[in-house]
Write a protein that binds this ligand. Structure first.
Ligand code: BMA
Length: 852
């Protein structure tokens, strides 16, 4: 088999005026226009509004290729694109080869008869998806509504294009198009592997590996297929066939000869690399007797990296309702993570490096699970490769979100083909934990006036799409994996609304954000698995500087408001501040405090819900990352920099967590242990006044089992010898094993009521054993200490920790970690850009920075 890469330079023609500029494939149209200097950077200021026309135009992508006669003599020559976005006509030398209208299906079409030796022209005409959606809407027999956002392209639900490209409550409307992933012309003699999909199952002391191979041959050919993994091997001979043939190979691998795959934090080496094994599947043309035939085509081989693991999603009835528990190799795994959205609103920027950076940050924050959210995409091979390698379980939604969808025969056929492709493509993956029908579309049946008036019609559409098409495909092609009907829902066959019900399946708990409730509201529910809950913050100062000119950085300036897509976002952030904190006085303080409250909100939820294990077995907050620089619920900014929430996540997702919280007037200290090893633990608690002096001390000890949550201490608030605004609790849990102590701090009332002492925080940048270090010292307790780098330096790197608390007299050294591909700045540059923030009774004073 021979592959002619079509990646690299193409030309991009605007159909309406014939103008041409260069374009890189894989890549997108808007990015090509930005690179050509024809449109402004849509992420800067409000330039997004100036590029809306791009999505309303038709565009022609053209490339010339040279082919030799030998290539064209092969049995079969076809075009092969991983992803064409979206409504497209593909031509060779002006003749139509095929059409595509679904970016989630790969495009393959026979090209041989259109090609000739020498120069050939390949073109992709991309028609406006926005116009196509509007035309389809006019033809609908009844309206099919979708959620809309401040800047959005209508009727996105009628086109199989990443739904958030049309704008979201955190994302710009960039209806770009293009060709992403691999782009090739493939020439082959004899049979080829269309799909090779592996199922791995434990049977006694062996792993049973079954590879379903789908073969294609343009001319009648016999084939020899073989597969090998971890020393095991199987082969088959196939008699001559034309078209498609299917065969299954089977191998048995002794369990003692391989290491099992576990999610991060689990298994014999919790933080080591995940063991993956090379699977090779080969097909070669054969003589009819079955022996491999020599000749020009050496056949076709596909390679995979396979993990040996058993994964089950338990959804059993129990006393609390119905659980949702991921069970890997027989052990219940508490899923700790967040929701994943695409890495960028501009697909040209979906690079492996960006994915690796974001996923490494997820792993560094002790995450073991991400939900690839339905408004985004089925991610690239790179994404799942990295999740396999890092041990990040993936909850994969089908690409439908926050809308009702049609169930016309055409639409269902498109979706069925999409589901077949994606399931066959991804079913191999060790990291892939579950398929989920959609994001919130079960709930969306109750959102729109049209559906409220005629619920039956939309319920039938719903059922035909998610059970009749997608569910059926998953059950047929990937029977070992759970198909979860929708997120949220009560589990297979339970279509209940799970925004407020906590007993069954997964929950999206949004009362604290959308309903403006206090953080303590998180403790009014006991979710079995909370797959969404979130709280917004403003971005890091470096991110703000990347999209706004100086003088425009007040959070309610038009540019900052443009980079806030939730209509009540700023109001909710500020209102929450007024409820909990003293009001900040400058732009940086405002960003900082918004991040403190975001970290506190999500910590409150996770700490409590983790303490409920095994009732609750998963928390995935909304959302890990951003597609552009924006105020949002993310813990990682667009440039990958960490907001305070991400540092806090590393603490609240620590496998051993000291949880300190007040519920129903009682203060409780619990130790949550996600490891399988038991230990004895001593707890020391100190009730401290804000000047640091101790008002009372308590201690406790207990045996902590593996995979457990254990209460070590509790006391009614009314028994504490101080008023709630006079002191705070500071605690440390000391395991008797080699584990380091875990610490926690708890305010007993809103921080704004507390007489915080001036911590006289002393900060210095020094060169220490680990390179540049920030040395911090406080003379009174300092809370949520956070070093920020202003201006361009914000993107250069970060200090190793932020958002921690310093007790009086305590000193911390923080190493500076340059971002990927960036070199460390000088000590002087750091000093200039550095602002050290902490919680204050008044924001008039700024941090003291010594500059030796
Ligand atoms: C959810 C998600 C997204 C949305 C987020 C914030 O429920 O599924 O659609 O962006 O809330 O509103």
């Amino acid at each position: 088999m021979e592959r002619v890469g079509l990646e690299g330079p193409w030309e991009l023609r605007r159909v309406s005026d014939g103008s041409v500029r260069p374009m890189i494939v894989p890549g997108d149209i808007a990015s090509a226009l930005i690179d050509a200097g024809e449109v402004p950077d849509p992420y800067f200021g409000r330039a997004e509004l100036d590029v809306q026309w791009i999505g309303r135009e038709d565009w022609l992508l053209e490339k010339r290729i040279e082919l030799d006669a030998q290539t064209l003599e092969r049995d079969q020559v076809f075009l092969d694109f991983d992803m064409i976005d979206t409504i497209a006509e593909i031509r060779i030398n002006g003749e139509l080869v095929g059409r595509s209208e679904n970016m989630f299906r790969r495009f393959r079409a026979d090209a041989k008869r259109f090609l000739r030796p020498g120069a050939n022209a390949v073109s992709i005409l991309i028609r406006s998806a926005e116009r196509a959606a509007a035309e389809r809407a006019k033809k609908l027999p009844y309206p099919i509504p979708q959620s809309e956002y401040p800047i959005s392209s209508p009727h996105r639900n009628l086109v199989r294009k990443s739904q958030c490209m049309s704008g979201w409550d955190w994302g710009p409307c960039l209806m770009t198009g293009g060709a992403y992933g691999r782009a090739s012309l493939v020439a082959a003699d004899g049979p080829r592997i269309e799909y090779a999909t592996t199922r791995v199952r434990r049977e006694g002391s062996e792993w049973l590996v079954r590879v379903a191979v789908e073969l294609e041959s343009a001319a009648p050919r016999a084939a020899a297929i073989e597969a090998s993994i971890a020393g095991a091997h199987d082969s088959r001979a196939l008699g001559a066939f034309t078209g498609t043939a299917r065969e299954e190979l089977e191998m048995r691998v002794p369990a003692s000869s391989v290491q099992a795959w576990w999610p991060a934090g689990y298994g014999p080496d919790p933080s080591g690399p995940r063991p993956l094994y090379d699977l090779a599947v080969r097909v070669a043309p054969a003589s009819t007797s079955g022996a491999a035939r020599g000749g020009s085509d050496r056949g076709h081989e596909v390679r995979r990296r396979i993990g040996f693991r058993e994964l089950e999603v338990a959804a059993d009835e129990d006393e609390a309702g119905r659980c949702l528990t991921f069970r890997v190799n027989g052990r219940d795994v508490f899923c700790k993570g967040a929701n994943w959205i695409p890495a960028d609103a501009l697909p040209s920027r979906w690079s492996r490096e960006r994915l690796d950076d974001l996923l490494s940050s997820a792993l560094a924050a002790n995450m073991n699970c991400l939900r690839a959210w339905g408004g985004g995409i089925y991610e690239s091979e790179d994404f799942y490769d990295l999740c396999d390698e890092k041990g990040i379980l993936v909850w994969q939604d089908f690409a439908f979100s926050c809308a009702l969808y049609p169930s016309s025969p055409d639409f269902l056929a498109e979706v069925e083909a999409e589901a077949r492709h994606q399931v066959k493509r991804l079913a191999d993956r060790a990291c892939l934990a579950l398929w989920c029908g959609n994001n919130e579309n079960l709930g969306a049946l109750g959102w729109f006036a049209e559906a409220k008036r005629d619920p039956m019609r939309y319920a039938v559409d719903y059922d035909r799409l998610y059970e009749g098409a997608i569910g059926r495909v998953v059950r047929e092609l990937d029977p070992d994996r759970t198909y979860w009907p929708s997120s949220p829902c009560g589990g297979p066959s339970d279509y209940s609304d799970n925004w407020h019900r906590d007993g069954r399946g997964d929950m999206h708990f949004w009362s604290v954000w959308h309903e403006g409730k206090d953080f303590s509201e998180y403790m009014t529910v006991k979710p079995r698995f909370c797959s969404e809950f979130g709280f917004q913050s403003f971005p890091n100062p470096g991110t703000v500087a990347s999209f706004s000119p100086e003088g425009e950085r007040n959070v309610t300036s038009p540019i900052m408001e443009h980079h806030q897509r939730h209509p009540r976002g700023n109001a909710l952030i500020v209102e929450t501040m007024a409820r909990n904190f003293r009001m900040p006085s400058g732009a940086l303080e405002t960003l900082y405090l918004s991040q403190v409250q975001q970290a506190l909100a999500i910590r409150t939820a996770v700490e409590y819900w983790r303490s409920l294990r095994p009732t609750c077995m998963g928390t995935l907050y909304w959302q890990l990352n951003d597609v552009w620089p924006v105020s949002s619920w993310s813990s990682l900014d667009y440039d990958g920099s960490w907001k305070l929430l991400h540092y806090e996540a590393r603490r609240f997702y620590d496998p051993i967590l000291l949880a300190l919280f007040v519920k129903d007037g009682i203060v409780r200290a619990r130790v949550v242990n996600d490891r399988d090893r038991a230990f004895a633990c001593r707890l020391g608690l100190r009730l401290r006044r804000f000047d640091g002096t101790i008002a009372a001390s308590y201690s406790a000890q207990a045996a902590i089992d593996g995979d457990s949550s254990t209460e070590l201490w509790s006391m009614p608030l009314s028994d504490l010898p101080c008023r709630r605004d006079e002191a705070f609790l500071e605690a440390s849990a000391e395991p008797d094993s080699s584990e380091r102590p875990r610490t926690a701090v708890l305010f007993l009332t809103e921080p704004k009521r507390c007489p915080l002492a001036d911590a006289r925080l002393d900060a210095a940048v020094e060169t220490g054993p680990r390179g540049l270090e920030l040395v911090l010292r406080a003379s009174a307790p300092a809370f949520y200490v956070a070093p920020y780098l202003e201006g361009a330096l914000g993107a250069v790197g970060r200090f190793e920790d932020a958002g921690f608390h310093l007790m009086a007299g305590e000193e911390r050294h923080l190493a500076f970690e340059p971002a990927r591909g960036k070199s460390a700045p000088s000590a002087d540059e750091l000093r200039k850009a550095l602002r050290v923030m902490h919680l204050r009774a008044s924001y008039e004073q700024s941090a003291v920075l010594r500059s030796e």
